[in-house]
Design a protein around this ligand. Structure first.
Ligand code: FNR
Length: 214
């Protein structure tokens, strides 16, 4: 099975990307874990663009989410809400609404901020948006506050309670996703073998070279 991590931050040294990296140690051995690298490549959502030929990054987004059994989002908080780039990705993923790729997808939301509240408002808003898209959203949050001091030198969360809470969220996400595992690709021998625990940091995939759907 495969868990896809999505960071709401495009920042090179993002704490939220580090948080997704810290989550890797709790992913079971038989589960592949990858980060989705293309949020910054998505154009601003427009129904006109969506009706025409969507950009390669959109095509890849709409292929990669269905291939994942579960999604783990890590979001910063921008002005008390979800960063625009992440919301934009969800808007692309949410169409066509009735059959959108987030529907019934098990998802969990965690987040880090440099402030004292650990992006709790952004996490709440993200859970709301994901629920509205039809995802199966875990009723959990992980507020990593004062993110600049939250990580140990080995990349794990320094606070033991927070680390335990992250482990529990990952365990629950995998537990919820297992019955719905997307087996088809593996059975067809088309599964990618990239495992984020071994291949971190992974080269950014050049989505612009992917062929658009004709
Ligand atoms: C922030 N930051 C922030 N923090 C917070 O706790 N509440 C907030 O409302 C905001 N608002 C906000 C707006 C904008 C435009 C920026 C750039 C930043 C600070 C934010 O938590 C900090 O930059 C984090 O480090 C961002 O996460 P990454 O990039 O490290 O993952």
């Amino acid at each position: 099975m495969r868990v896809l991590g999505l960071s709401g931050s495009l920042r090179r040294d993002s704490y939220n990307r580090r948080l997704l990296q810290a989550a890797a140690q709790f992913i079971p051995e038989d589960v592949a874990y990858e980060l989705w690298p293309g949020i910054g490549d998505l154009p601003a959502y427009s129904e006109d663009l969506d009706r025409a030929q969507p950009s390669p990054a959109v095509v890849v987004l709409r292929q990669d989410i269905p291939e994942a059994d579960a999604l783990l989002f890590a979001t910063p908080e921008y002005n008390s809400s979800v960063p625009g780039g992440l919301k934009n990705a969800l808007d692309w993923a949410s169409r066509p609404y009735a059959t959108n790729v987030l529907r019934r997808k098990p998802v969990a939301v965690i987040g880090a901020s440099t402030g004292v509240f650990g992006a709790v408002w952004a996490q709440a808003e993200l859970r709301k948006v994901l629920s509205a898209c039809g995802a199966r959203v875990l009723d959990r949050q992980l507020p990593v506050a004062r993110a600049a001091a939250a990580f140990a030198p080995d990349g794990s969360l320094a606070d033991r309670e927070l680390a335990a809470a992250l482990a529990e969220i990952v365990r629950e996400l995998v537990r919820v996703a297992r019955p719905n595992e997307v087996r088809m690709k593996r059975e067809q021998g088309q599964s990618r073998t990239c495992d984020y625990r071994r291949e971190w940091p992974r080269a950014r995939r050049n989505v612009s070279r992917q062929a658009p759907i004709g």
